[in-house]
Design a protein. Structure first.
Length: 225
């Protein structure tokens, strides 16, 4: 990883700009979930992960309370991660089908994954000001990820956050871009935004998304790049 990324990630991890988010992530790290009671939670903001030279960017809204906020890596250590990485592995976008902790040897191929918000928000609902504050980090990631051609938004909230980011930073006017699984939209910097159902247990259990559907979407992304 180059020095600019190391510097950015260090800034992200040390950030305490949003008092509500700082308090909440620390509270979760203290109180813990019963099944992880003996673990030391990360309890800090989460930076992105993957191939910094990649052409595909996966973006979620924020770290999960007992996933990323516990393990210190985005989409790691929870059921959403279990499903996502089964699909990435089948799509040959990762070297293994699991994402358990920061030391599990996971690698992404031609892909980087991050979140619009770097801290877990109460009720998975950040305020507009919290998003705006955190977008400066997302903007730096976008600028450093020189080869990105496709952004896959994992879930409607991440999709909306991505559009909000582009409106604020690129004088972008939403042309009624709507969240439909697999839909493709051109962004003002010529990247392609693809909307994708979130790999959450709720979406999997209700069969809104399944492995075949997700793998099919990832394979279509690979064809674009």
């Amino acid at each position: 990883m180059n020095n600019k990324f190391k510097e950015l990630n260090s800034k992200i991890i040390k950030c305490n700009k949003c008092a509500r988010l700082t308090s909440f992530r620390k509270k979760i790290a203290r109180e813990k979930r019963k099944q992880y009671i003996n673990e030391i939670y990360w309890g800090k903001p989460i930076n992105g992960f993957g191939d910094i030279n990649g052409e595909v960017l996966l973006i979620g809204l924020a770290p999960a309370a007992h996933g990323g906020n516990r393990t210190g890596r985005v989409f790691t250590g929870d059921r959403s991660a279990d499903f996502l990485y089964k699909c990435l592995y089948k799509s040959k976008m990762s070297n293994q089908p699991t994402s358990l902790n920061r030391y599990d040897g996971l690698k992404l191929y031609n892909t980087y994954i991050t979140t619009a918000l770097k801290c877990v928000p109460p009720g998975d609902k950040p305020t507009p000001l919290e998003l705006k504050t955190c977008f400066k980090y997302f903007k730096q990631e976008i600028n450093l990820l020189k080869n990105i051609k496709v952004i896959v938004a994992l879930g409607k909230i991440a999709f909306d956050a991505c559009l909000t980011f582009y409106k604020k930073n690129y004088n972008f006017r939403n042309k009624k871009y709507t969240f439909i699984h697999g839909a493709r939209y051109k962004l003002p910097d010529q990247k392609i935004l693809i909307s994708c159902y979130h790999p959450s247990p709720r979406n999997v259990n209700t069969k809104r998304i399944n492995i075949d559907k997700m793998v099919s979407l990832f394979n279509s992304v690979k064809k674009i790049v």
